[in-house]
Design a protein around this ligand. Structure first.
Ligand SMILES: *[C@@H]1O[C@H](CO)[C@@H](O)[C@H](O)[C@H]1NC(C)=O
Ligand SMILES: *[C@@H]1O[C@H](CO)[C@@H](O)[C@H](O)[C@H]1NC(C)=O
Ligand SMILES: *[C@@H]1O[C@H](CO)[C@@H](O)[C@H](O)[C@H]1NC(C)=O
Ligand SMILES: *[C@@H]1O[C@H](CO)[C@@H](O)[C@H](O)[C@H]1NC(C)=O
Ligand SMILES: *[C@@H]1O[C@H](CO)[C@@H](O)[C@H](O)[C@H]1NC(C)=O
Ligand SMILES: *[C@@H]1O[C@H](CO)[C@@H](O)[C@H](O)[C@H]1NC(C)=O
Length: 311
């Protein structure tokens, strides 16, 4: 059984929580392609490139909302945080105006008798301020489990939108190869997914079960719900085990350098952010980012950085 619920504009308000945990894995960038910090500023946090307009330390970022905090712990690991929030940054893209963060997987786990186990991690969320929004075209909402439903509430300005997803199965879908459709493995057997609305400032989600997983406990003691970058989760026969061990997954935020349109921004060359051989590109919704002119590469937010690509 699979249902996708679409409920219109509700006013559900839940406490958004973002929690800290150790970073797993690491970004392996090493790409030169114009990722550079301002002169005399730290170019990396751990192995994550921090290109201007983002920056670490005063004088190194374009404005307070582009500040990155780089925390070093005694064991040598680093945490790259957006502003002074607990949001952990994974990757920054100048050419697309994206920022990848790591977001918690929410889970709902039971013992064989149907008693909840572990600390309650069944609800969670994320809240961002301009110039950031939660990307609708780059992320999907996934619900994984066999006695599992979850709902998603997205906030956009004064409005809020609720959607959700249900996945119930009596047998273990991960045992059958034909559970996984060739193009789309998350097809309603142990997994369902749905799109999220555009231009959200915040989201909250909650995962729960109908029968506390008592009927499916031997193969699926937990239900999971999370928003994840589209190509970063594929439902497969190892997904129940994978999610059991995975605490955070990548999620994409959109950002813009200014809230105006290019036409308007260009009129004021004191505040216009695009420097050197670069130009302005309107974001689909509002605001703009900068790109080096065709045939040039570098950092379009820095003076004299976009340079001709040697042929
Ligand atoms: C970071 O983003 C760039 C550009 O979008 C991409 O090429 C690269 O693979 C990303 N790195 C990681 C670790 O996701
Ligand atoms: C089923 O789970 C809920 C919480 O998800 C809990 O409140 C309830 O006590 C559980 N029922 C049993 C029989 O353990
Ligand atoms: C989320 O957004 C909605 C609508 O904009 C707002 O009413 C709500 O207070 C926000 N919640 C959080 C936790 O920021
Ligand atoms: C699935 O794959 C088939 C064959 O490759 C293709 O014809 C079809 O359009 C695909 N469906 C979707 C929804 O992508
Ligand atoms: C997942 O985690 C729970 C609690 O930590 C554990 O009881 C269960 O056996 C694990 N395995 C699977 C496949 O979910
Ligand atoms: C900025 O604009 C003013 C007036 O439009 C012009 O005189 C000045 O040369 C411009 N400065 C730069 C750096 O383009």
């Amino acid at each position: 059984m699979l249902l996708v619920l679409l409920l219109a504009a509700t006013n559900a308000v839940a406490a958004a929580t973002t929690r800290i945990s150790a970073r797993e894995g690491g970004a392996d960038d090493g790409k030169a392609g114009g990722l550079m910090a301002k002169h005399n500023c730290t170019p990396k946090c751990g192995n994550i490139d921090i290109p201007y307009p983002f920056g670490i330390g005063s004088g190194c970022y374009f404005g307070p909302r582009f500040e990155i905090t780089c925390d070093q712990s005694n064991d040598g690991s680093t945490a790259t945080r957006l502003m002074k929030t607990r949001m952990l940054v994974d990757n920054i893209s100048l050419t697309e105006g994206h920022l990848q963060i790591r977001q918690l997987v929410n889970r709902d786990c039971y013992d064989a008798q149907g008693k909840p186990i572990g600390e309650d991690q069944s609800s969670g969320g994320l809240s961002v301020i301009p110039p950031y929004t939660i990307s609708s075209d780059k992320n999907r909402f996934f619900v994984v489990g066999c006695d599992t439903y979850a709902h998603f509430v997205g906030g956009r300005g004064e409005q809020s939108y609720t959607t959700g997803c249900i996945s119930v199965c009596k047998n273990n879908p991960t045992q059958y190869a034909d559970s996984f459709d060739k193009n789309e493995s998350c097809s309603g057997m142990g997994c369902c997914k749905t799109n999220i609305p555009p231009l959200l400032n915040n989201l909250t989600l909650k995962v729960a079960s109908y029968e506390n997983h008592t009927e499916v406990h031997d193969f699926n003691p937990c239900g999971y719900a999370f928003v994840v970058k589209m190509d970063q989760f594929t439902f497969s026969k190892t997904s129940f085990q994978y999610l059991n061990k995975t605490h955070r997954v990548p999620l994409v935020l959109d950002w813009q350098i200014g809230a105006e349109s290019c036409g308007y921004a260009k009129q004021n060359n004191k505040t216009f952010a695009c420097k050197g051989k670069s130009d302005c590109q309107d974001k689909p919704s509002s605001g703009y980012i900068c790109l080096c002119n065709p045939g040039f590469q570098g950092n379009p937010y820095l003076e004299d950085s976009c340079e001709g690509i040697p042929s």
